[in-house]
Design a protein around this ligand. Structure first.
Ligand code: HEC
Ligand code: HEC
Ligand code: HEC
Length: 107
């Protein structure tokens, strides 16, 4: 193999590693959760912070329950233990009804 060929392959390898790291470690911090189809005026959108959830692996939340395409999330389902309610049940994490609306909804 030529020196140039090796450099090109080496470069591709490094790019591949960066891609893998980006795919498996970088969670964007603030993510606006898909707005429920249930019509409402208030409160505003939900800002989910990955940085508030550093204690578990990505696989605890992806690909389920936070699927692609994004699910339609309602409080009724969360109260029954789905989505955020899978943990925010007052045992594993603070119960949803004990939080101020604004800890999740940005306005
Ligand atoms: C505690 C649950 C939880 C954990 C753990 C978690 N995520 Fe997420 N992630 C979410 C939620 C909730 C959303 C928003 C989903 C929605 O809008 O329906 C999201 C969205 C995303 C998105 C889409 C961002 C966008 O702007 O479209 C990516 C990418 C992502 N997460 C990557 C990761 C990676 C990588 C990890 C591990 C380092 C991780 N997540 C860990 C809950 C989690
Ligand atoms: C895998 C379990 C898990 C899931 C799923 C999860 N959380 Fe959390 N969350 C936690 C834990 C544990 C904490 C930190 C300890 C606590 O608040 O009880 C936390 C903390 C938070 C906080 C800070 C609470 C405070 O006291 O100020 C907010 C806000 C929050 N989560 C929102 C969300 C939203 C919104 C979702 C769904 C889109 C979500 N979480 C899904 C486990 C989870
Ligand atoms: C633990 C985070 C969290 C807290 C606290 C929270 N919400 Fe939500 N809420 C969500 C998520 C996630 C959705 C789904 C995304 C969306 O529609 O923006 C949602 C959706 C909604 C919806 C539309 C869907 C439905 O269930 O009808 C309404 C209305 C709503 N929230 C009202 C409130 C009010 C009022 C409060 C305060 C008493 C509150 N929420 C507190 C996370 C939260």
């Amino acid at each position: 193999m030529t020196g140039r060929g090796r450099r090109v392959l080496g470069g591709l390898f490094v790019l591949g590693l960066i891609g893998l790291l980006a795919a498996f470690s970088a969670a964007p911090d603030g993510v606006i959760v898909k707005r429920s189809r249930t019509p409402r005026k208030k409160p505003g959108p939900v800002l989910f912070l990955h940085s508030q959830h550093p204690f578990t692996t990505c696989y605890r939340c992806h690909p389920v329950p936070f699927t692609w395409p994004r699910p339609d999330i309602t409080h009724r389902e969360m109260k029954r233990g789905a989505y955020c309610g899978a943990c925010h049940d007052g045992k594993q994490a603070v119960e949803i009804k004990k939080l101020d609306c604004r800890s999740c909804h940005v306005r």
